[in-house]
Design a protein around this ligand. Structure first.
Ligand SMILES: NC(=O)C1=CN([C@@H]2O[C@H](COP(=O)(O)OP(=O)(O)OC[C@H]3O[C@@H](n4cnc5c(N)ncnc54)[C@H](OP(=O)(O)O)[C@@H]3O)[C@@H](O)[C@H]2O)[C@@H](O)CC1
Ligand SMILES: Nc1ncnc2c1ncn2[C@@H]1O[C@H](COP(=O)(O)OP(=O)(O)O)[C@@H](O)[C@H]1O
Ligand SMILES: [K+]
Length: 487
């Protein structure tokens, strides 16, 4: 699994890598520039447009110079706007400046006329991970002007002005696309930065994951290649009893749908037997509509896992959760109103069975831990919650973050904005409960569950777009196993 390193570690990574491979830093910069250009060439709607590249004095600017040369060579109309004198620039920046062909138009930012046609591409290579203080003076002015113009803006590595690991202070480039090298920098995953990052991509520049992972770090990116190894194998002789007997608890009057969504999702994720614990008078209708689910108003014995909370209601007594903790005493999935109940009665937190999985969205999370000014603080508090109570905290949203009791954080790479619709979270509860019931270790169940949920959403989004509803995610779960080649 690939680590997300801190901005301050990237220089060390570069140095160690170029030493080990016996290449120069200039060659690594060339790799980065090539990877950027390859990415650009894959975007069919971005071809054949004039390109304006703003280059700063550091290596991000050096990338910009190399990108300018490469794009010019393959026939793009390129204007390079340099913001620093050659003497003030980093060595690799200078070397790339010397490599620019005479036919490429280079202007100083001081004399640039800002005549950028609508529809042109503006490439931001002003500053990268070397930002050490908020933008000011001339550079701030340039960034403000870039933000005002109407063009397609693409940030190289990170939008200028964003710090790599924390929240922006002041102004930054508002990009339509960010192409980050090797791995997305942590701050690119913050909802606070949605307006700066645009659509996020990261491109390989040849540094292997093993090499990257030699550096210290406890934050990881959860990618498709990581998932198959996390799955348990199933032999040809299994029966439904081996696939887990689970129960989804919640669904108060008028909100039974939440538990039905979770229960169907659990079945689609592979559970052998699924019980929905719902009010008695809803039973008949549900039974007719969803015959594969079993219904109960009692707490069933011999369960392998439970998921509690979707649509449970807001007037519950803390004893209801306390009893479940005592009766089952195994890791369980706690979502929605179960989390709200713990927020109301924090003493419940001390009773949660170890390695249980909490799946709050941002609001539920803040009800639990108090309001957070930004995502950086939220992530710290999520980790604190996970390590203090020895539980797994799945902080939902774009790039859902899974914090584990041993202090790691995993950022998911599947999922999309069309999943922001009622019931999406209930589906996730069902999927994670299902994996837990199938015998996956809790951390594995959370990682695999979150990934499959997002992937099912991605598959559904291909045909449903803004019309995606939670049931579409459920219908796409089977395809996720096929796509990942899980037997
Ligand atoms: N493995 C990889 O990922 C690879 C990464 N590569 C690329 O390298 C980039 C990092 O390059 P970098 O270290 O030279 O930093 P970068 O941001 O270009 O500039 C730093 C300069 O800015 C200055 N400065 C700081 N804050 C400022 C401010 N607010 N306003 C104004 N100036 C400010 C600071 O000087 P100071 O002002 O502090 O004296 C310093 O001189 C990285 O993002 C990626 O694009 C590839 O080339 C190869 C492989
Ligand atoms: N913009 C987004 N990008 C990726 N995933 C998203 C996005 N918006 C929502 N999701 C996913 O959809 C689910 C929404 O959960 P939640 O807010 O609890 O919904 P509900 O309460 O309606 O069931 C989460 O798993 C979340 O990660
Ligand atoms: K940049």
């Amino acid at each position: 699994m690939r680590k997300i390193l801190a901005g301050s570690q990237i220089k060390t990574l570069d140095q160690r890598f170029i030493q080990a491979k016996g290449i120069s830093s200039l060659e690594l910069m060339e790799e980065a520039a090539c990877a950027f250009v390859d990415w650009l060439m894959e975007q069919s709607d971005l071809r054949n447009r004039p390109v304006f590249i703003f280059a700063g004095k550091g290596n991000n600017g050096g990338d910009g110079m190399a990108i300018a040369r490469l794009l010019h060579t393959i026939g793009f109309s390129v204007t390079l706007i340099a913001t620093a004198s050659k003497e003030d620039s980093s060595i690799d920046n200078q070397l790339n400046s010397e490599r620019l062909p005479d036919s490429l138009q280079v202007v100083s930012s001081d004399s640039f006329d800002w005549k950028i046609p609508v529809g042109a591409i503006v490439i931001d290579a002003l500053l990268g991970v070397g930002l050490s203080y908020p933008l000011e003076g001339r550079l701030l002015e340039i960034v403000r002007r870039i933000n005002e113009i109407s063009a397609i803006k693409i940030a190289v590595d990170i939008p200028t002005g964003l710090p790599a690991d924390t929240v922006v202070a002041g102004e930054a480039v508002r990009a339509d696309f960010t192409v980050s090298f090797q791995f997305p920098k942590l701050s690119l995953l913050f909802p606070d930065h949605a307006a700066y990052v645009g659509r996020l991509n990261f491109v390989d520049i040849g540094i292997s994951v093993d090499f990257q992972n030699q550096l210290e770090g406890s934050k990881f990116l959860l990618e498709q290649g990581d998932i198959p190894a996390l799955h348990l194998k199933k032999n040809d002789f299994i029966h439904k009893g081996d696939m887990g007997k689970v129960m989804l608890i919640g669904g108060s009057k008028g909100k039974v749908g939440a538990i039905l969504l979770a229960s169907q999702a659990a079945l689609r994720a592979g559970s052998g037997l699924v019980y929905a614990n719902i009010p008695a008078d809803e039973r008949l209708t549900c039974q007719v509509a969803f015959p594969e689910i079993m219904y109960s108003t009692e707490l069933v014995e011999d369960l392998d896992a439970i998921g509690v909370g979707p649509g449970w209601g807001t007037t519950l007594h803390p004893e209801e959760l306390s009893q479940l903790f005592q009766k089952y005493a195994f890791p369980m999935v706690l979502d929605a109103d179960a989390i709200n109940l713990m927020a109301k009665y924090p003493k419940l937190l001390h009773e949660i069975p170890a390695n249980s999985i909490l799946t709050p969205h941002l609001k539920e999370f803040e009800r639990l831990v108090g309001s957070c000014d930004n995502h950086s603080i939220r992530l710290k508090k999520a980790l604190e919650l996970a390590t203090t109570y020895q539980i797994i905290v799945v902080l939902k949203g774009a790039y859902t973050c899974i914090s584990t009791p041993d202090g790691n954080q995993y950022f998911n790479t599947t999922g999309n904005k069309y999943m922001a619709t009622a019931g999406s979270g209930d589906v996730l509860t069902g999927i994670i409960t299902s994996f837990l019931g199938q015998g996956y270790a809790p951390v594995q169940a959370a990682l695999v569950g979150v990934f499959h949920h997002g992937l099912a959403g991605d598959i559904a989004a291909k045909s449903k777009n803004r019309g995606l509803i939670a049931s579409d995610i459920i219908r796409s779960i089977p395809q996720t196993f096929i796509e990942l080649d899980i037997d």
